[in-house]
Design a protein around this ligand. Structure first.
Ligand SMILES: Cc1ncc(COP(=O)(O)O)c(C=O)c1O
Length: 496
């Protein structure tokens, strides 16, 4: 076995503490570079996290999380009890210099496609039931009215000679599309013909479908930076060139995008409540964006994922409600307003595209569950949906207030908390030079599931922050959890 080249490795890694790029990122890209340029060879052992941390003068947690990321992406392999090794299956002949990997990953001897390789480098996490406190985007699942839902579910199973037990309609049941159209008129000021709606298995499948239908290899997608991770990864996997667009205090920075990235095919935006920064797009910016899309033949995806939860004033009309020229694909989801495993989302299509989307939906998963569609339509038509939203809005507002107060009171040495009027999470900007990925890893070990702001970004963003979900944490647990959060961050600073 090849010996760990610790000293040689240290000479090849330069950590610049004055640089705006977090230490985590610097170490991560240095190691990738050394693997791709062959300095670190397949099957070569890496130094232990302790040795590398000591040698570089960085925290061990930083090194550990970089190793974990490289394992997840297939650059290195962790062998229990033996250490961390450069992946022996890495085929470097295919890796152009100074690029992210164009490597072949063989899994059980199977060569995977370029598209799958892109997917393998996705930073979206697979969330299998993870609901530790402060995970962003998790609703109050324990308060969901299960009994009422079950009544409609039982009805859906039995009615119409059990027709719901067969395949559903590819664009979704007429009843559910009509319920959603009515809801969009009442809540989002949109005039929608139910035939414009395609039901999907969540917003994520909506992004897959839209990309599948609209994108050709190499097309430009303007994407908010920082922005929703999994949507960006889908478009990248579909061959798009992602053009990161910064956010200013009016929303997506249109002037920046126009000057740097001409001719976008798609513009992806979260105007009601920017994911994750929380900005609401101004009316002027909305009109300018629609105007740009119309004049340049671009399509807009409006991801309206959590607009039900606005705590001051009424929810703003959707961007789509202003779209007289029909350039917007409006995407909604029930993952936040009800629960994620309902797997129901929808697209409101611009005219003339229903047949294309019906065909595409048929290929990519056929239909959603007719049983669930029936249940949800009845839940909405009987007013239970609106009632649930109203109740959750009150509860989330109280949770938000409690988290804000506790952070101010018990964590002010470590974070500057940003007030929010909407949504299910808030931002806590880290003080004292803490790296958000390092803080995230340490907090996770302490049972706190925040997300680092930097994972939402493709290009370095100025300041590190934690994204803290408050909707899924009951008020009485928040003070104790914030104390734990504060202690963990204090420990982290002491260790450095
Ligand atoms: C901004 C945003 N959009 C869309 C989604 C996708 O939701 P789903 O596929 O569960 O409907 C999420 C999920 O977390 C999200 O945060």
């Amino acid at each position: 076995m090849l010996k760990p080249p610790k000293d040689a490795l240290l000479q090849n890694i330069r950590i610049n503490r004055a640089a705006p790029v977090p230490i985590y990122r610097q170490l991560d890209s240095a190691l990738r570079r050394l693997i791709l340029d062959g300095t670190l060879r397949p099957a070569q052992k890496l130094p232990s996290t302790r040795d590398l941390a000591l040698g570089l003068g960085v925290s061990r947690i930083t090194v550990k999380s970089v190793y974990e990321q490289l394992v997840a992406e297939g650059y290195v392999e962790a062998r229990t009890g033996a250490g961390t090794f450069v992946s022996h299956e890495l085929d470097l002949k295919t890796a152009p210099e100074n690029q992210r990997p164009r490597r072949r990953i063989k899994s059980s001897g199977v060569e995977i496609s370029g598209r799958a390789r892109t997917i393998m480098s996705s930073r979206a996490t697979a969330r299998h039931g993870e609901t530790d406190p402060f995970r962003p985007g998790v609703p109050a699942l324990d308060l969901f009215p299960v009994k009422t839902w079950n009544r409609y579910l039982a009805e859906a199973m039995a009615c119409d000679e059990r027709r719901n037990l067969s395949y559903g309609s590819v664009t979704g049941s007429a009843a559910l599309r009509a319920s959603i159209a009515r809801h969009l008129t009442d809540a989002r000021s949109m005039q929608v013909d139910p035939d414009q709606i395609v039901i999907t298995s969540g917003a994520q499948q909506a992004f897959v479908l839209i990309s599948f239908v609209l994108l050709n290899q190499g097309d430009t997608v303007w994407y908010e930076n920082p922005g929703h991770i999994a949507g960006r990864d889908v478009m990248q996997a579909m061959g798009a060139k992602i053009a990161p667009v910064p956010i200013d205090n009016e929303g997506l920075d249109l002037d920046h995008a126009i000057s740097r990235h001409p001719r976008p095919t798609i513009i992806f935006t979260t105007p009601s409540h920017q994911q994750p920064l929380g900005t609401t797009m101004s009316l002027t910016r909305r009109l300018a964006l629609l105007n740009y899309a119309q004049e340049n033949g671009a399509w807009i995806i409006e991801d309206d994922y959590d607009s039900e939860f606005r705590y001051r004033g009424r929810p703003l009309p959707a961007l789509s409600a202003l779209d007289t020229e029909r350039r917007v694909f409006y995407v909604g989801t029930f993952s936040k307003s009800l629960f994620a495993s309902v797997r129901i989302g929808y697209i409101v299509l611009p005219p003339g595209l229903t047949d294309t989307f019906a065909k595409a939906r048929n290929l990519l998963g056929q239909s959603s569950s007719a049983v669930v569609e029936h249940t949800l339509a009845r839940f909405m038509d009987d007013g239970c949906f609106v009632e649930h939203i109203r109740r959750m809005r009150r509860i989330y507002r109280d949770r938000r207030d409690t988290l804000f107060q506790c952070l101010k009171q018990d964590c002010a040495d470590h974070v500057d908390v940003q007030p929010t009027d909407a949504g299910m999470h808030m931002l806590a900007w880290l003080r004292g030079g803490l790296d958000d990925q390092v803080a995230h890893s340490a907090l996770l070990e302490a049972g706190i599931d925040s997300l680092p702001l930097s994972v939402y970004a493709t290009e370095a963003i100025a300041d590190p922050a934690l994204v803290l979900g408050f909707s899924g944490v009951s008020e009485n647990r928040i003070p104790k959890l914030v104390k734990r959060l504060s202690e963990t961050l204090a420990d982290l600073k002491r260790w450095r």
